[in-house]
Design a protein around this ligand. Structure first.
Ligand code: GLY
Ligand code: MN
Ligand code: MN
Length: 436
């Protein structure tokens, strides 16, 4: 890896700088960061899917079970690369990517070998404590963990390149998914086509695919995959991501078979979504943007004839929350709902606006923050029943709701970077690149 300004090298420098800043005055010399291991199923000899420790992925692009990172500011990072003698499984191959030149790497065969290779020092452990590292480090001390989590919101150039790659992979999957739905496939067929196009197994994706035809689009995190195709599918909502070196994409698209009123609503929401995404800039308070989204959705509901009042009354009466009951977006990075979305700079939390308990991001955006922008409009039985039972009843046009009800709902979700020069929409960029 030549040149001091290589993005991965600069990324490691930045992580080291952050660690130093957060350790200041703590007495710790460094951190142990385990990759983690897949847990065993109760009374079984099979494991749950392996989800590597996100802190490990932030430092090292290859996270194999049982490996350990040792970071001591002032020294090169040390990777204790676990390669067990095992004829049941294929041991991981020693890493050879360009990133290895930044590391000291030692192959270890056992926990005791790894433990004896850890230089003396006072360490904290970042990640899930397990028996392998017991007694060596203090696990996740609150103040230091909060300090590091807070800083994770702003991405380095290397992290942005991983997130852009994740969006590109997911966009390939979305195109294959739409094709399969239009071609008469079932939800399950769409899922298989998606995984094949992304090149990732179900458990390599950052979250379970949400693939809902028709009324299933009204279930925010619909979890089943129907094997049978309904005779006439009208609409299709897919919320599906992809991973790249531990970083996630989180993308939603909604497709409609006919060109009627629901299709017009999808187009209108798409335009609103892009307007909202244009506000992803340093200095933007995300709570304010979430409230703006409610006003915009109130306007859309009025224009679509779904409500019998103006946008402001739709917001003030709580009607917009009947149709749009989740947050506008969240931080995105190593985790889909990335950590510290409501964290205040000096510790503590920034409260959510009253009446919006599901908003996952209340911070003011900084340069390099990556967020999702995902407004939606849904016809959800439980919430419609609640509105029908109180003062919101007279504000809703129930015939119009009835006409769109079979389509389930619409959500449009992109991944957007806040940059001083303006927003960078990783998702639209990815779809455009695939069109070219
Ligand atoms: N895929 C979950 C979400 O959009 O937050
Ligand atoms: Mn999301
Ligand atoms: Mn999503």
């Amino acid at each position: 890896m030549k040149g001091s300004n290589h993005p991965y090298r600069a990324h490691l420098h930045e992580l080291t700088r952050r660690l130093e800043a957060c350790l200041e005055g703590s007495g710790f010399n460094g951190a142990l960061i385990p990759a983690g291991r897949p847990p065993l199923v109760f009374r079984d000899d099979l494991h749950y899917p392996y989800r590597p420790n996100p802190w490990f992925c932030q430092w090292c692009p290859e996270a194999h079970p049982g490996s350990l990172i040792v970071v001591r500011p002032g020294n090169r990072p040390l990777l204790l690369f676990r390669q067990e003698d095992d004829y049941w499984h294929m041991p991981p191959i020693e890493p050879s990517g360009p990133w290895v030149s930044e590391w000291d790497i030692r192959v270890v065969r056992s926990t005791s070998e790894a433990r004896s290779d850890i230089p003396a020092g006072r360490y904290l452990l970042l990640g899930e404590p397990d028996a392998d590292w017991e007694g060596l480090a203090e696990a996740n001390p609150t103040g230091i963990t909060q300090c590091l989590e807070y800083l994770r919101a702003s991405k380095t150039a290397y992290e942005l390149s991983c997130l852009a790659e994740a969006s590109l992979r997911a966009a390939r999957g979305h195109l294959a998914a739409e094709h399969t739905w239009r071609g008469g496939g079932s939800e399950f067929d769409v899922h298989l086509a998606y995984c094949a196009a992304v090149g990732q197994r179900d458990d390599e994706l950052p979250y379970r695919n949400i693939i809902g035809f028709d009324r299933h689009g009204a279930v925010l995190h619909y979890q089943h995959l129907e094997r049978e195709r309904p005779p006439h599918s009208r609409s299709f909502l897919i919320d599906a991501g992809a991973s790249a070196a531990g970083y996630a994409a989180d993308i939603t698209r909604t497709w409609v078979a006919d060109s009627g009123d629901f299709s017009a609503l999808v187009r209108a929401l798409d335009a609103t979504q892009q307007r909202l995404a244009d506000n992803v800039r340093p200095g933007q308070d995300f709570r304010t943007l979430h409230c703006t989204a409610h006003l915009e959705i109130g306007q859309l509901l009025a224009e679509a004839g779904l409500v019998r009042c103006g946008a402001e009354e739709a917001v003030d009466s709580g009607v917009t929350r009947t149709f749009f009951p989740h947050g506008l977006g969240h931080l995105l990075g190593l985790q889909v709902h990335d950590v510290a979305g409501t964290a205040a700079a000096g510790g503590g939390d920034i409260p959510r606006p009253e009446g919006h308990p599901f908003l996952r991001l209340t911070r003011t955006l900084e340069a390099g923050c990556v967020v999702t922008i995902e407004p939606g409009i849904y016809f959800i039985d439980m919430l419609l029943d609640e509105a029908r039972a109180d003062g919101r009843r007279r504000l809703i046009d129930w015939d119009r709701v009835g006409a769109m009800y079979p389509y389930g709902g619409v959500r449009i979700e992109d991944n957007v970077v806040a940059l001083p020069e303006g927003p960078r929409n990783l998702t639209r960029e990815a779809f455009l690149a695939l069109e070219a």
